[in-house]
Every structure is written in C-alpha cells, then in structure tokens.
Design a protein around this ligand. Structure first.
Ligand code: A3D
Length: 320
C-alpha cells in the first residue's frame, strides 16, 4: 500500500518538529509548505539526512507552492505568527485570519479529502475560519488544543504525585485560552479520580487548584521562558497523536476543538470537547454530564470563543 501523504502547512518551530516526529514514527511522506523560500526545503533536506541515522523511510520535501500538497491525506496547519511575551492568543487574530484564508483556499483546491488539524492561534476561532474558507466537511477539520492542555495537566499531576505520566489521565474542556476548563472529576490516577486522591491525602485542594491554574497558564509559562516564540515540542507531539489516530483508525478518545451541534446544548460551533478520532475523522462527540460549576465554566469559555468568531466576521465580510 502506498504511504500516506502528510502536508505540514507552516514550516516554523512546530512544523519542523512535526516533520521530525512523522518521520521517526513512519506515518508517511511529508511535504513541508511555507511562504518563506528555502526554509521548508532546508528543513526537509536536513530531516531527510537524519533518516539513515534513525532508520526511517519517508520522502521529505519542501514547497512554496500549494500544488505540492496535492492529494494529501492529512494537513496539519501551523502557518501564521506565534505569541511574544505579553501577548494573548487573541492578539494574533487579525494576522492569522488572513493566513487561514490562503491556507483554506489551498487545501480546498489541492487536498479536499484530507483530515485537517489546525494548530494556529487563537485556536478555536482559527479552526472555525479554516473550515469556512476550505469548505471541507466539519468532521474532517479539527483543532489541536485539548491533547496539549490535558498533557500539561497530566504532567503536573504526575510530578505532584510522583507517579508515571502513563498512569495519569486528564480531561480539559472548552476553548484553548485562559477560560479552558480542566475537569478535575474526570481526571484520574490509575482510575482513582482526583477528588478521591485529595480525600486520601495524596495532595491538598490548594495544591490541586494551583495545578489547575498552572495548566490554564501553561502556554504563557513557556512563552515567558522562551521570549522569542511559543511552545513547539508538546504541541507537535499532540497533533501527531491526532494524525496517527486518523491514519490508523485507532478510534482514540481525545479532547479536540471539534464542531459541536447539539451536545453540551451548543448550537453549531468549534470548541474543545472529548471526541473519538478514527478513519472517519471526528466520529463521535462524547457528551459528558457536567455539574453546575463545570457548566458555568464551559459557558464562560464558549462565550469567549463566540466573541472571537464574531470578531473574525467583523474583519472578513465573506465569513459573516
Ligand atoms: P513559527 O515558528 O513562527 O512558524 C510559523 C510559520 O508560518 C513560519 O515559518 C511562517 O513563515 C509561516 N507562515 C506565515 N504566514 C504563512 C502563510 N500565509 N502561509 C504559509 N505559511 C505561513 O510559529 P510556531 O510554529 O511556533 O507556531 C505556529 C502557530 O501555532 C502559532 O499561531 C502559535 O500561536 C500556534 N500554537 C498553538 C498551540 C495550541 O495549542 C493551539 C500551541 C503552540 C503554538
């Protein structure tokens, strides 16, 4: 069977890391696309030259022309600009909306059957705009945020409890931003929910609250340290997990920014929810029952995402 074709739109920090991971995991051949001339070609060649050392078979190429992504099975979009210290994700809206327009049109023309994973911020609004501009089916266009946000939550919890990250599972709902909703009740260590672990004396409520807040601020913590850009290793790993779930029809239960119409009482919008990803793209939205506090947090997050979508419509009249 022919190898899958994976187009990485944006060959910056995340794009390069994605290409490396896709190669190491032998998920398919890679086309790195960017407007910057030489950068995607240089990264592709450098990575191809690592393949004999690591022993992976994948064709890697760089492109500045959308025709090169023709027939891609998966497109992962990181094109745009990242945050600098002091900026919120929402400050990127105007610039990155224009980028989503050109990317959406490129995908529509050359890769209309692809599973598209958007990473560009502000995530929930950009994945909505990318879907609008590309016209692809809603179950085939998804945003990466929940896997990363819950990975940060899992890492902080594993550190606090001094247990393997493998035994910690965690859920984060809502928009990718300061209003994200880490779901403490549905997060577990070896199957034991976090509130029970507080009762068992493994940690205190104060420490757990601080971990939840650190998770919400996880992106800003990295931006503050790096100063020149935002996180890229963990975001790339997270998107590759989603791509692998699609390509291998794994039916993984992963939190993603998906189109939600009905579940959670929402009427047609992109927001972070638990999903099942398989060969059909987003095959199911998992509609868990929220308590009053969780619902209030989700409502706040939903309102923040809706505000950004309205701002997009104000900037680009074709979206209204
Ligand atoms: P960076 O290293 O700057 O790479 C972005 C690349 O996009 C650059 O190589 C640009 O040349 C390229 N680019 C700009 N405009 C276009 C265009 N019109 N068409 C094609 N390519 C273009 O950034 P990065 O890789 O660190 O981050 C990429 C995006 O991901 C940013 O918007 C970040 O805010 C976002 N991000 C999201 C998360 C989430 O969890 C959702 C996490 C981290 C970063």
């Amino acid at each position: 069977m022919a190898r899958a074709k994976i187009a990485l739109i944006g060959a910056g920090q995340i794009g390069g890391t994605l290409a490396h991971l896709v190669g190491l995991k032998e998920l398919g051949d890679v086309v790195l696309f960017d407007i910057s001339e030489g950068v995607p070609q240089g990264k592709a060649l450098d990575l191809a030259e690592s393949s004999p050392v690591d022993g992976f078979d994948a064709a890697l190429s760089g492109a500045n022309d959308y025709a090169q992504i023709e027939g891609a099975d998966v497109c992962i979009v990181t094109a745009g600009v990242p945050r600098k210290p002091g900026m919120s994700r929402d400050d990127l809206l105007g610039i990155n909306l224009k980028v989503m327009k050109s990317v959406g049109e490129g995908i529509k023309q050359y890769a209309p059957n692809a599973f598209v994973i958007c990473i560009t911020n502000p995530l929930d609004a950009m994945v909505w705009a990318l879907r609008e501009f590309s016209g692809l089916p809603k179950e085939k266009v998804v945003g990466m945020a929940g896997v990363l946000d819950s990975a940060r939550f899992r890492y902080f919890l594993a550190e606090e409890f001094n247990v393997s990250v493998k035994d910690v599972s965690a859920f984060v709902l809502g928009g990718h931003g300061d209003t994200m909703v880490p779901l403490v009740r549905y997060s577990t260590v070896g199957g034991i929910p976090l509130p029970d672990l507080v009762s068992m004396g493994w940690t205190s409520q104060e420490k757990l609250d601080a971990i939840v807040q650190r998770t919400r601020d996880g992106g800003a913590e990295i931006v503050g340290l790096l100063k020149t850009g935002s996180a890229f290793y963990a975001p790339a790993a997270s998107a590759v997990q989603m791509a692998e779930a699609y390509l291998k029809d794994q039916k993984r239960l992963l939190p993603c920014a998906a189109w939600v119409d009905g579940p959670y009482g929402l009427k047609g919008m992109y927001v972070g929810v638990p999903t099942v990803i398989g060969a059909g793209g987003i095959e199911r939205i998992v509609d868990i029952k929220l308590n009053k506090d969780e619902q209030a947090m989700l409502d706040k997050s939903v309102a923040a995402v809706q505000g950004l979508v309205e701002a997009c419509k104000g900037i680009d009249s074709t979206l209204a």
